[in-house]
Structure formats: C-alpha cells, structure tokens
Design a binder for this molecule. Structure first.
Ligand SMILES: Nc1ncnc2c1ncn2[C@@H]1O[C@H](COP(=O)(O)OS(=O)(=O)O)[C@@H](OP(=O)(O)O)[C@H]1O
Length: 267
C-alpha cells in the first residue's frame, strides 16, 4: 500500500536527525521556507512531502503520458518539475566539487543524501489542508538508464540510485514502463537529433554514444532478444549512430512482419 502524506511535520532543523533516526519515508512532510524573492508571503513556510510513487523509466516509454494521467487524479500530486532527476543528478549539488567520472564511493552519495534530502522533498509541495489525502509522485526516466559522462552527470550513478531511494524512502513504490526496445531506441535517437538542432550544434557527435549504449543495453538486457557482437549483423560501431539506427529500423521491420520470427534468432 503506497503511503499517503502524513504528519507530524518536520522542521528544516529536524531533517538530518530524523534521517539518522530512520524516521523519514514516503509521505513524510517537512515545512520549508517558500522560494521566491518577495518578502511576503514567501516567508510563510510551505509544506513538502516525499513521494510515494516514482516512475523510474524507461526514457521514451510514455513516461510523460503516465505523469499526465496520474496528475488528473484528485489524490495524486505531481512534482513541480516535469522530471526531478535528483538521485542521478541533483544530489551532486550537495557534494563538494560535484562528481565527474565513475562514482565509486556510495558513502559520499549517502552523506549528500543525508544533508540534502529536504531539497528533494521541496519539489513536492502539498497544501496543508491536503495532507493525509494525497500522495505525491514523480517521474525521472534518468533513474533507470545508464548515465553518460556528459558534463554534470556522473558515470555509473544509476547503479546507486535504487540504494539511495530505498535509504530515503523504504516504502516507495517504483514504476518501470517498458516499450518495444527498437521503437524506444529510435525515439531516443530522434530526440537526440532534435536536441542537437535546438542547441545549434552538429547532431551526431552530440549524441555522444548515448543512443548506441541504450540500444545495446535494451536489446540485450532489456528485451533479451539478441546478443550484439562488435561488428556483427546487428552490431554497429559505438561511433556510428546512423548505422545503428538503420539496424534498429531493419530489426523493427522484421519484427513487425506477420509470422516472421527471424529477429528473435538473429545472432
Ligand atoms: N499512450 C501511448 N502509447 C504509445 N506511445 C506513447 C503513448 N504516450 C506516449 N507515447 C510515446 O512515448 C514517447 C515519449 O516517451 P516519454 O514521455 O517517456 O519521453 S521522455 O523520456 O520523457 O522524453 C513518444 O514516442 P515517439 O513518438 O516514438 O518519440 C510518444 O509518442
């Protein structure tokens, strides 16, 4: 049973001691100073409550659609941000110097979680009169996909995300949406190209190998359809996203052909 928001309300000065005492979980509410620069009513403490439901992915599997539908429910309250990306990203703000490169030391992440979890909670404001009647939720597809060492994102952080979430919110319920891996990677590839266009930079290098890694991990670990061999029929160099996307298209077409099972037996 997912936890509804509940009292008693913690104050910001209680945040770390409550964490240490194991008194923090999904639905825990904390009073926080409202953001904004206006002196009043910004000084009136707002209430924020940790989520009971987190959609962790997959990216491009319809997570936005799910967020939209859930938001319509009177007892569910979404995060303020479309994607919070705290456990794989925001948490680094609490680490001196941030992290670039592989994250080896989980203890550093846990220390950051201990002191900064109220910043995460702040993304889930709840009107006081609704406490006890709603549960809060978020979706961050970045929690379930391999992170790439692109500027602010630490390589390998995804291995630690489940631990961090469980440490903060032992009762949290996770939702993972799945989609045909080939359609999914094609969607991601198109997204990658569009993003490059918006940022006025050359498209292919900007994908940084991310799409290919998604492709490979989804086809092997995700769907278990086939094993990719370097240079093999369904392979493709990590530096050749167009070739990989073409392979994806070919596989997709094969799988859609009625009665055709060849895609399942590709090497
Ligand atoms: N109900 C339903 N049925 C089938 N497909 C759907 C549905 N809702 C969203 N979509 C498709 O999901 C893709 C977007 O997924 P996400 O919202 O998870 O994207 S994101 O990770 O937040 O960027 C995007 O896929 P592409 O159009 O292939 O890019 C959406 O069209």
């Amino acid at each position: 049973m997912a936890k509804f928001t509940h009292g008693p309300l913690l104050s910001p000065s209680d945040a770390t001691s409550a964490y240490d005492a194991g008194a923090v979980d999904s639905g825990t509410c904390i009073t926080l100073p409202s953001g904004g620069s206006t002196p009043s009513p910004a000084t009136v403490p707002a209430v924020s409550c940790l989520p009971s439901l987190v959609c962790v992915g997959m990216a491009k599997a319809g997570t936005d659609e799910l967020r939209g539908w859930l938001s319509l429910h009177p007892n569910l309250s979404s995060s303020t941000d479309r994607e919070v990306q705290y456990f794989n990203h925001g948490i680094f703000r609490a680490m001196p110097g941030g992290v670039v490169g592989p994250v080896h030391h989980r203890s550093l992440l846990e220390a950051a979680l201990r002191t900064s979890w109220s910043e995460y909670a702040a993304r889930f404001p709840v009107p006081r009169e609704h406490i006890g009647r709603v549960l809060t939720f978020e979706k961050s597809p970045g929690y379930a996909r391999p992170q790439h060492n692109l500027s602010r994102v630490a390589n390998g952080i995804e291995r630690h995300v489940p631990f961090l979430m469980r440490r903060l919110m032992p009762s949290v319920r996770l939702v993972l949406l799945l989609r045909d891996p080939v359609a999914l990677v094609r969607s991601r590839f198109v997204h990658c190209l569009r993003q490059a266009g918006r940022q006025r930079r050359p498209p292919l290098p900007s994908c940084g190998g991310a799409v290919e890694r998604d492709y490979e991990s989804m086809l092997t670990a995700g769907a278990g359809l086939l094993r990719l061999e370097p240079g093999g029929a369904a392979g493709g160099s990590p530096l050749r996203p167009v070739a990989v996307a073409r392979d994806a298209e070919a596989l997709y077409a094969l799988r859609m052909a009625p009665g055709d099972t060849r895609a399942r037996t590709l090497p």
